[in-house]
Write a protein that binds this ligand. Structure first.
Ligand SMILES: NC(=O)c1ccc[n+]([C@@H]2O[C@H](COP(=O)([O-])OP(=O)(O)OC[C@H]3O[C@@H](n4cnc5c(N)ncnc54)[C@H](O)[C@@H]3O)[C@@H](O)[C@H]2O)c1
Length: 481
């Protein structure tokens, strides 16, 4: 990786990194990170930034080759710069030799994927595969740190697999240390976490983990491994619940002529509720909330508990895209067929190129099935989206090119650049006049001022007519007569 491969301005890079990096530690440890994806690369880069000697390992040879050429397989702000500077400083290496990399390191982080299997359980095949690799290459004592999101009991099973298969038995402590970073702000989240959860019953492993994270200013939550594993699922389930709760409230707001944005503020300022994760829209997506919620529900079901709340959270989320479709259809006069719809935003959230389980793609799929012609734009996620949707969508690198000639414009991901869209220009370019704001980022009056029709989520413009005469009013009338 040479200096020229970093595409951003060097001065900006240093300024940005200084603001997100705590003081570097002088205590260098040899760390391996298995799985060079979103979590693995951020973990590896940040641990190197803290002064450790890190090797990021992946069994995808093309991914490792790309990293060695200085290319990131996805977009994450500041990550490429942090990888490059630590690689140049000799603290960060990449290899497809997983067994060799593990052998050289005293601490091994596991950050392989744990996607949904065909039955909505967590697919742990990459986790077991890694356990087998570690057992084969064991040549000394190790601390294995499970960063991947794994169901309760996985860490204990991981320990058992290594104990049963190790060619050379050594002391191995398997620690649960779930990750809470968010794509799009992953480095800042890793460097400034709200808390660091460590699940272990080994005092030595606990001391090592505390030491490794000592440069970070965050409280430790030390638990047993099962509790730590559960904390991660409970956190994601709660965050998903907040979103579905607000979506449900938004859906009711639409029926009673109330603006959900004012409701969100009115309840969010109550500190017991809070203002975060309170924005309704076309639903949550990404590689974590949907699969983790389903996996937790499956964990419960496997122990004969029917997690009705979790099922409801998932059901509300799944209903948001069909609901958006119905509102777009209504605004278009009753039919989507033959209409051209422009979708702005493809990534599952802003500041990432990740389109895994992105609501925008579910919406595009529904639009195409309804007979619409779809044009689409995203600042950086077009390639990922194209790979999933195929040739049916006309992707445009320029936002206004995608809007040109459309009957309806749908905002699916709240990228900052869409918030300052010029509605006068939009009005000139569009054939129709429907603006569906799937993330409630536009000012309804700005839209209406240009003669466009604004439809938001939970933002009915007109107060609804009372659905029936209240009981008390009817009694009053009959008494007067
Ligand atoms: N992405 C997030 O925002 C996020 C946040 C918190 C936790 N997590 C959890 O972290 C874990 C990783 O998520 P991700 O988004 O980084 O996944 P990812 O798909 O981006 O990366 C996983 C990587 O592991 C590699 N891999 C798979 N099997 C391997 C093996 N046997 N040996 C070596 N490498 C192997 C893959 O090639 C891939 O590069 C998951 O459990 C996820 O739920 C993700």
């Amino acid at each position: 990786m040479g200096p020229t491969t970093v595409k951003s301005n060097g001065t900006q890079r240093l300024a940005a990194l200084e603001s997100i990096s705590p003081q570097q530690s002088n205590r260098r440890r040899r760390v391996a990170v298995v799985g060079a994806g979103y979590v693995g690369l951020v973990t590896g880069a940040c641990l190197a930034e803290l002064g450790n000697a890190v090797v990021c390992l992946d069994n995808d040879a093309r991914k490792i080759a790309a990293l060695l050429r200085g290319e990131l397989p996805f977009h994450e702000p500041h990550l490429l710069e942090m990888i490059a500077s630590n690689h140049h400083a000799g603290r960060l290496a990449f290899s497809e030799d997983v067994e060799g990399g593990v052998r050289e390191s005293g601490i091994v982080f596991i950050a392989v994927g744990t996607p949904k299997d065909h039955d909505d359980n967590a697919d742990l095949s990459a986790i077991w595969n890694t356990a087998a690799t570690i057992a084969r290459g064991l040549h000394g004592p190790k601390i294995i740190v499970l960063k991947s999101t794994v169901p309760v009991e996985t860490s204990e099973m991981f320990s058992a697999i290594i104990a049963e298969n190790a060619v050379n038995p050594h002391q191995v402590d398997v620690v649960s240390n779930p990750e809470f970073l968010r794509e799009g702000s992953a480095i800042a989240d890793f460097m400034h976490p709200d808390r660091i959860v460590i699940g272990t019953s080994s005092p030595q492993a606990e001391a090592t983990m505390r030491d490794l994270y000592a440069p970070l200013d965050a409280p430790f939550v030390i638990t047993d491994v099962r509790t730590s594993e559960m904390i991660k699922y409970a956190a994601n389930a709660f965050l998903a619940t907040k979103i579905s709760f607000m979506n449900e409230i938004a859906n009711i707001c639409e029926l009673v002529g109330v603006d959900v944005k004012a409701v969100a503020r009115g309840i969010g300022l109550d500190r017991r509720i809070g203002t975060h994760n309170m924005s309704p829209g076309i639903g949550y997506g990404g590689s974590c909330f949907p699969k983790d919620l389903r996996a937790l529900e499956k964990t419960a079901l496997g122990r004969t508990y029917d997690a009705t709340l979790l099922r409801a959270v998932d059901a509300v989320n799944r209903a948001q895209v069909p609901r958006a479709m119905a509102r777009i259809e209504e605004a278009l006069g009753g039919s989507i067929e033959g209409k051209t719809v422009c979708v702005l935003g493809l990534a599952f959230k802003p500041n990432t190129s990740d389109v895994r389980d992105a609501p925008a793609l579910h919406l595009i799929d529904a639009l195409i099935r309804s007979g619409a012609t779809v044009t689409a734009h995203d600042p950086i996620a077009i390639e990922g989206a194209r790979a999933k949707t195929g040739a049916d969508v006309r992707y445009c690198s320029q936002m206004y090119e995608a809007i040109n000639g459309c009957d309806a414009l749908v905002l699916a991901t709240e990228w900052e650049e869409y918030a300052s869209i010029n509605f006068r220009m939009v009005r000139k370019l569009m054939r129709g006049n429907v603006i569906f704001d799937g993330r409630n980022i536009f000012d309804a009056d700005d839209v209406a001022r240009e003669g466009l029709r604004y439809v938001g989520v939970g933002r009915a413009k007109e107060p609804a007519t009372p659905s029936r005469t209240p009981q008390s009013a009817r009694q009053t009338i009959s008494l007067n007569v």
